[in-house]
Design a protein around this ligand. Sequence first.
Ligand code: GLN
Length: 320
Amino acid sequence: MITRLTYEQISAAVQDAYDGCKSIKGGQNAHYIPYLANVNPGLFGISLCLPDGRTISVGDTVYRFGIESVSKVPTAILAMQQAGAQAVLEDIGADATGLPFDSIFAILLENDRPSTPLVNAGAIAACSMVQPKGNAEGKWAAILNNMTALMGSEPVLIDELYRSEAATNFSNRSIAWLLREYNRLYDDPEMSLDLYTRQCSLGVTAEQLAIAAATIADDGVNPITKKRAFSAELAPKVVALMSAVGFYEHSGDWLYATGLPAKTGVGGAIIGVMPGLFGVCAFAPPLDESGNSVKAQAALKHLMKTLQLNVFSNTHFDIA
Ligand code: GLN
């Protein structure tokens, strides 16, 4: 069955999700990264981008916040693009861990593998895979260029956030060295950890992340610049990674409830990808106990329900 959605319907649904969720209370800013603890908890925005480049934005969608774990998606794409999808599967994995994002136990359980580039261990491993090997500045440039291609504009490092994270990332340092012990890091551990920490500290807006999500929904072509950011055959694999572990130990619950492949970050952003239809980002800093934005989750749930969308449904949509 094919159902036609109009731009007006989608716009109204975004506005409705914003209005319906803006007074939701609950949750707390990430407290373990000092910079994030001090961000205004009242910020809230939703931005949605269609494959033809039309964008719908409501609320605080040009506020620059820390991308945090949403950065794991672009760098997974970069590693897949540079080394191939099969190499990422073999060297990192594509499995859900069923455990929190920074779990060391997950590394031990998964026979020494980082499981997926979308948890901390796999994301540090993905940074270690990025080319040119051994060249921190070259790797950082590749990470930035890739993110810029996905978003159609540059991210900006939030220096204070970077310093705040670098001074407190003891558990990520343990993860990096444990992976090194298992030969699951493919470059210098401290360099890989630093690249991961820096990429998490990049400042982006909800509008930029919605465009990046729409680039994934559009099989790798950026809907604003119209340029190809990555090969089309990688897009379903990226959506598969997001579906499997985008919400860490709650990924199944999230997919069951919303039918939206999505990825969260402790900066308060969640990106969602409906292949062929749109990319979306909701942003609000207070998080639940697993590190997922309370209001952004509610907003995306609201949106999917209003539009009656579900990635697993046999109803196919197009946009008029
Ligand atoms: N930089 C954060 C960390 O490594 C990112 C975590 C997240 O967003 N879930 O702990």
